[in-house]
Design a protein around this ligand. Structure first.
Ligand SMILES: [Cu+2]
Length: 148
């Protein structure tokens, strides 16, 4: 029995994406004139191999960097990192005050209720697309804010 080509294509295309589940992706709304925005999500790895988020991009920002907050002698600072490790059958959470996606040089302010399309690139799972929901301005804002 021959397997129809379409079925074969679906079989090849699906297992990869299904391994990485993106939960609650959201970005903070920005004030007029702001150039940067922070994005958050939970990455759930359903595969049996550890993976790594290595980069992200969005048509609504010139650049999207992977950042973490570090405590430098009591002062919270942001630092760019090469990637986030997502353990096998585990998850990695990006949240205010912790790891976050940093949208740089955004073309226009992110307004509450909008969607921001983002492409996440994983070492093994490849590219996974997600729509980030724009939350409220200053929602769960860490006191240190985002200084660049
Ligand atoms: Cu940042």
């Amino acid at each position: 029995m021959r397997i129809p080509l379409l079925v074969l294509v679906l079989l090849l295309a699906f297992p990869v994406q299904a391994q990485m589940q993106i939960e609650k992706p959201w970005v903070r709304a920005t004030a007029p004139g702001a150039q940067v925005a922070g994005g958050y999500l939970v990455i759930r790895n359903q595969g049996s191999a550890a993976d790594r988020l290595v980069s992200a991009s969005s048509p609504m920002a010139a650049k999207v960097e992977l950042h973490v907050h570090i405590n430098d002698n009591g002062v919270m600072k942001m630092r760019e990192v090469r990637g986030y490790d997502v353990p096998a059958k585990g998850s990695f959470e990006l949240k205010p005050g912790g790891a976050h996606l940093m949208f740089l040089d955004i073309g226009r302010p992110f307004k509450e209720g909008e969607k921001v399309p983002v492409k996440l690139k994983f070492e093994k799972a490849g590219e996974v697309g997600a729509e980030f929901h724009v939350g409220r301005l200053g929602e769960s804002a860490p006191s240190s804010g985002h200084k660049h």
